[in-house]
Design a protein around this ligand. Sequence first.
Ligand code: HXC
Length: 260
Amino acid sequence: PQYENIKIEVVGEKKNVGLIQLHRPKALNALCKPLFKELGKAVKDFDADKAIAAIIITGNEKAFAAGADIKEMQNNTYSSNTRDGFLQEWEDVSNCGKPVIAAVNGFALGGGCELAMLCDIIYAGENAKFGQPEINIGTIPGAGGTQRLPRYVGKSKAMEIVLTGNFFGAQEAEKMGLVSKVFPVDKLLEETIKLAERIGTHSPLIVKMAKQSVNQAYETTLKTGLQFEKSLFYGTFATGDRQEGMNAFIEKRTPAFKND
Ligand code: HXC
């Protein structure tokens, strides 16, 4: 497909990593509706593509994304938001069954920070700047900033970030657990591809179950979550890949997973 606001590419030694680059550099990748429609479509297509093991969303060195497009929403009304389902395209990314990794250099603000938090893992470049600055422009986060952020970094940090609108850097983001690793700016993408490739050595079927199970931790009580996990764990024993994985270990060889 032809895209105007993103670029897509298949990368990695085995060509099994779907790379999506947000590409509105003049607007610091502000997340306008056409961009989000394209992003949703690209994620869905990679999710459906059997050759793809994991998906990376990235921006450029200056910006991952500086937020929802303020120019686009400047004259929105409550009625228009409700009638048109403003931001509803965002569901496509969170519904992806395959791992989605954010590689963040530069600004990840407002909706940009929320987009990164929709992803399963965040890797950041040393120049990354995160924040939920909606409060500066008279609104509040609308795509997870008040919900995902406290779950990931705790209440005091989340409140401080949302109520001040202040930006924070990659090191601080790593310290608070928002980001799992920080790299030099020019190494970020290759390290993120390595991560995706490492995930890609495993059974795609089992990876999907593992992702589902971790995500359940954010949806439910501990007891229900543990039950969910146990069912999926038992479920892995109904797959060929579980048998293959254990056979390969015992036979001291590399497993040949069949996604089955
Ligand atoms: C539309 C944006 C934009 C945005 C930057 N631009 N952010 N356009 N929406 N969110 C545009 C600028 O208007 C400008 O275009 C160009 O990108 C370069 O930006 P500058 O401001 O000139 O760059 P700089 O001085 O380097 O400052 C960078 C910045 C600043 C600190 C990131 O741009 C900024 O504060 N942006 C807004 C960040 C923000 O408030 N984000 C939250 C949005 S609300 P022109 O044409 O003027 O040169 C939100 C709601 C979430 O995300 C709800 C759920 C999704």
